[in-house]
Design a protein around this ligand. Structure first.
Ligand code: AOF
Ligand code: ZN
Length: 368
């Protein structure tokens, strides 16, 4: 068992080499081992590229017949429209691998246990769940994308110690310190779109661009800038260099006439504002996989109330305002027994601030 963990850890290290390059696919790493010796290793290196198992088989310096395959995600077993690679189960059987150790089953409904099942049926010894939490943690974004038709939604905010997002007059610049702002730039560099509401746009005139030395995670020069503006209004003096601008507005409002380079999209609206399911499925259709939501209060409230979010990062700064704009508008919670408690929480110092990070849902894994 200890040996299995040791090799799976190496496979997870391989998988991480795909970070930022494989979405909407998962990061996957694989190792082929016989008598304690690594014969070959590989990882899924780019979207559409060969799978980790095929890369590890190709890397083998000797015949892998009878060897053990360590793979961080269940081997795929399907073909179909849009599928780039042949089933890995076929390649594993052809190579006569006799044992397959899997960290996590693939939540893709086309696989989801079938890959492991096919291998077992053909007489391969299969073990699942080795270091599963690590593999699941690695692929949180993939798991959301494969099971929903919306982007992965990451809410981030900087708050004062007394829980305010901005002063009573709406001003909110520089609540958090420089280390926290650096971290926000790292989040921005990993997302495809940054979303904010009309209120924040008018109050702060944010540029919503990535200004970060480590821009290597990005394929595109800048993430899209996305605004929720019921009436489709954008401040006249806001036209800053950066990613493409998408504006969602109430479909009952006639096409607003702002700069032609901005893309306006009508969506249904109710008393709680624009329909987020419509906004999110349109964003996904446009290729947005990771969305960073940067306020304000109304926007955070709508995302949280509708349950359409995945991760929340709060930077709590040692600053008091006494009064101001709260983190979110009404969440309809009412009683402490209904409080919303983040899952899989971490809390770390960030300069003089504290960064609290958590998720809407805990990772669900097989019992260890
Ligand atoms: C594996 N090994 O390294 C990866 C897997 O279009 P394709 O052929 O690249 O297939 C993408 C699907 O294959 C993806 O949705 C996920 O279910 C699985 N990813 N599977 O056996 C890998 N990247
Ligand atoms: Zn595969």
């Amino acid at each position: 068992m200890q040996t299995d963990e040791l090799f799976m850890r190496k496979a997870l290290d391989r998988a991480r080499l795909g970070e930022g390059k494989v979405l909407p696919n998962p990061m996957v790493g694989a190792l082929i081992v016989r008598d304690g010796r690594i014969l070959g290793q590989g990882h899924h290196a780019c979207y559409g590229g060969i799978h980790a198992e095929a890369a590890a088989l190709r890397d083998c310096r000797e015949d892998p017949k009878g060897a053990t395959l360590y793979v961080t995600l269940e081997p795929c077993c399907h073909r179909g429209e849009g599928k780039h690679n042949p089933p890995c189960t076929d390649a594993i059987l052809k190579a006569q691998i006799s044992r397959v150790v899997i960290s996590r089953l693939d939540p893709n409904p086309a696989v989801s246990g079938r890959g492991a099942g096919i291998l077992r049926q053909k007489g391969v010894e299969v073990h699942c769940g080795i270091l599963e939490k690590e593999s699941a943690r690695l692929n949180r974004v993939y798991e959301t994308l494969i099971c929903t038709d919306r982007p992965y939604v990451h809410l981030k905010a900087a708050l004062t110690l007394d829980g305010f997002l901005a002063a009573a007059d709406g001003s909110s610049r520089w609540i958090s310190g420089s280390e926290s702002r650096e971290k926000v730039m790292a989040f921005r560099s990993r997302c495809d779109g940054i979303l904010t509401g009309r209120g924040t746009l008018y109050a702060d005139l944010p540029s919503l661009t990535v200004r970060h030395p480590d821009n290597s995670h990005r394929n595109d020069p800048q993430p899209a800038r996305i605004f929720l503006s019921t009436k489709g209004h954008i401040p006249g003096d806001w036209e800053k260099p950066g990613g493409p601008v998408l504006v969602y507005h109430d479909r009952s409002v006639s096409q607003p006439g702002c700069p032609e380079s901005f893309q306006f999209t009508p969506v249904p609206a109710g008393e709680n504002g624009l329909s987020l399911p419509d906004v999110l499925s349109d964003l996904r259709r446009r290729g947005i996989r990771q969305l960073l939501v940067e306020g304000g209060s109304r926007v955070y409230g709508s995302f949280i109330r509708s349950g359409l979010w995945d991760r929340l990062t709060l930077f709590i700064a040692p600053v008091l305002l006494g009064e101001g704009i709260p983190f979110s508008d009404g969440l309809d919670i009412g009683s402490i027994t209904s409080k919303l408690h983040l899952k899989d929480v971490s809390s770390v110092p960030s300069g003089d601030d504290i960064m609290i990070d958590g998720y809407r849902e805990a990772l669900s894994c097989l019992p260890a």
